[in-house]
Design a protein around this ligand. Structure first.
Ligand SMILES: Cc1cc2nc3c(=O)[nH]c(=O)nc-3n(C[C@H](O)[C@H](O)[C@H](O)COP(=O)(O)OP(=O)(O)OC[C@H]3O[C@@H](n4cnc5c(N)ncnc54)[C@H](O)[C@@H]3O)c2cc1C
Ligand code: FES
Length: 322
C-alpha cells in the first residue's frame, strides 16, 4: 500500500491518497466530500480532470474518482463541498413506521431511527438500505425532523431483488439497516436565477426533500420550476402536494410531463428536458437539479448546457442499478 498526495484545484485542498482505495474513499476518510453519486462507475458525476500528475501519461485526461486508485501524486480539477464536512456517514437500525401505497408501482416507507442516533443529512442526499442481505441506494424524500423519521419512495422493478422484497414482504415494525447519508445532491445555492428541478419516476423523492427545505426556510425569492416526467399519468403520486405548493407560493411552478401520448391526459406531452426548453426558462444564471433515469440525466445535461446553462450548475443523481 503506497501513499500519494492528491491536490484539488482550484481550492488547493490536499489529502492523502491510498493506492488500495479509490480517490473518493480516501477523500471521504479525510473528511473531504468530493462530488459523487452512484459510487459504481455508472453515473459519471465524480469525473475529474487531471491537471498534472507524477505519472505524466494521465495529464489532461479525466478519471472517475470513485473507480480510480492512485498510483502517483495528482492534481485534480474537482470541487469539494465544505457543507458536508460535519455530516458523518453512519450505520443505524431503522424500524418501518408507515407503509403507504402511493399507486400500484410506488411504495413510500416511513422509517424511524432510534432517538439516540443523530442521523444528520442535507435534503436531497441518499442512503443505502440493507434488508435480508441486499443493499440498495434510496434517496431521502423528507427533511431532517425531531421525530427522527425518514421517508423513502420505492419504484416497483419487476424481478428486482430489493424491490420484490419491499413490495411483498415488508411489514410495519420491520427492522432494517440504513447507512448514510451519501452523495452530493443537495441545494447548492450558488446562482441567483431560476432553480429548475427535473425528475423522472421516483426521482421525485430528493426533489420533494429539497423543495420542502426551501419552503421551510422561506427561501422562495428565486423562481422555482418543478418538471416531473412519467411514462403514464397513473405513475404520478403526491400530485396534491405539488399543486398545493404552486397555489400557495407564486414563485413555484409545476409541470407534469408525459413521455407518451395518452387519451384524456392530464399534463403535457414531452420529455422533461424538452419541456424546460419549450418554456424558454432563462438558463444563463440558473441551477438545475436532475434526478431519475440516467438516460434523462445525460440528455438533460447536454441539451440544457447547449442552450446556455453553466455546466457546473447541473447537479444530478442517477438511479443506476447496483
Ligand atoms: C444514488 C441512488 C439513489 C436511488 N434512489 C432511489 C429511490 O429513491 N427510489 C427508487 O425506487 N430507486 C432508487 N435508486 C435505484 C435503487 O438503488 C435500485 O437500483 C432499484 O430499487 C432496483 O433495485 P432492485 O434490487 O429491486 O433491482 P436489481 O435486482 O438490482 O435489478 C433487477 C433488474 O432491474 C433493472 N433495474 C434496476 N434498477 C432499475 C430502475 N430504477 N429502473 C428500471 N430497471 C431497473 C436492473 O438493471 C436489473 O436488470 C437509486 C439508485 C441510486 C444509485
Ligand atoms: S461514476 Fe463515480 S459516483 Fe457515479
Amino acid at each position: 500500500m503506497a501513499k500519494y498526495t492528491i491536490t484539488l484545484h482550484p481550492s488547493g485542498t490536499v489529502f492523502e491518497g491510498d493506492s488500495s482505495k479509490s480517490i473518493l474513499d480516501s477523500a471521504v476518510e479525510a473528511g473531504i466530500a468530493l462530488e459523487h453519486s452512484c459510487k459504481t462507475g455508472s453515473c459519471g458525476v465524480c469525473e475529474a480532470r487531471v491537471i498534472s500528475s507524477e505519472c505524466n501519461e494521465l495529464d489532461g485526461g479525466v478519471l472517475l474518482t470513485c473507480q480510480t486508485m492512485p498510483s502517483c501524486s495528482l492534481t485534480l480539477e474537482a470541487e469539494y463541498f465544505p457543507e458536508l464536512a460535519n455530516i458523518k456517514c453512519l450505520t443505524a437500525p431503522a424500524k418501518v413506521n408507515s407503509i403507504l401505497y402511493k399507486n400500484e408501482n410506488v411504495i413510500s416507507l416511513g422509517l424511524r431511527l432510534p432517538p439516540r442516533v443523530k442521523f444528520d443529512f442535507l435534503p436531497g442526499q441518499y442512503l443505502d438500505l440493507k434488508y435480508q442481505g441486499i443493499t440498495r441506494s434510496y434517496s431521502i424524500a423528507s427533511i431532517p425532523n425531531r421525530e427522527n423519521t425518514i421517508e423513502l419512495h420505492f419504484k416497483r422493478v419487476l424481478g428486482g431483488q430489493m424491490s420484490e422484497k419491499i413490495f411483498s414482504l415488508i411489514k410495519e415494525n420491520q427492522l432494517l439497516q440504513v447507512e448514510g447519508p451519501k452523495g452530493t445532491f443537495f441545494f447548492h445555492n450558488k446562482k441567483t436565477g431560476p432553480i429548475i428541478f427535473i425528475a423522472t419516476g421516483t426521482g421525485f423523492a430528493p426533489i420533494k426533500a429539497m423543495v420542502s427545505q426551501l419552503i421551510q426556510g422561506q427561501q422562495l425569492d428565486r423562481p422555482i420550476y418543478i418538471y416531473w416526467g412519467n411514462r403514464s399519468s397513473d405513475l404520478f403520486y403526491d400530485e396534491q402536494i405539488l399543486l398545493d405548493w404552486s397555489e400557495r407560493f407564486d414563485s413555484i411552478k409545476v409541470e407534469f410531463c408525459l413521455s407518451k401520448v395518452e387519451e384524456n391526459c392530464v399534463g403535457r406531452i414531452g420529455y422533461v428536458q424538452n419541456c424546460v426548453l419549450e418554456d424558454s426558462v432563462s438558463l444563463s444564471d440558473a441551477e438545475v437539479y436532475a434526478c431519475g433515469s440516467i438516460e434523462m440525466i445525460d440528455s438533460a445535461k447536454s441539451s440544457l448546457v447547449n442552450a446556455g446553462l453553466d455546466r457546473d450548475s447541473f447537479y444530478s443523481d442517477a438511479f443506476v442499478a447496483s
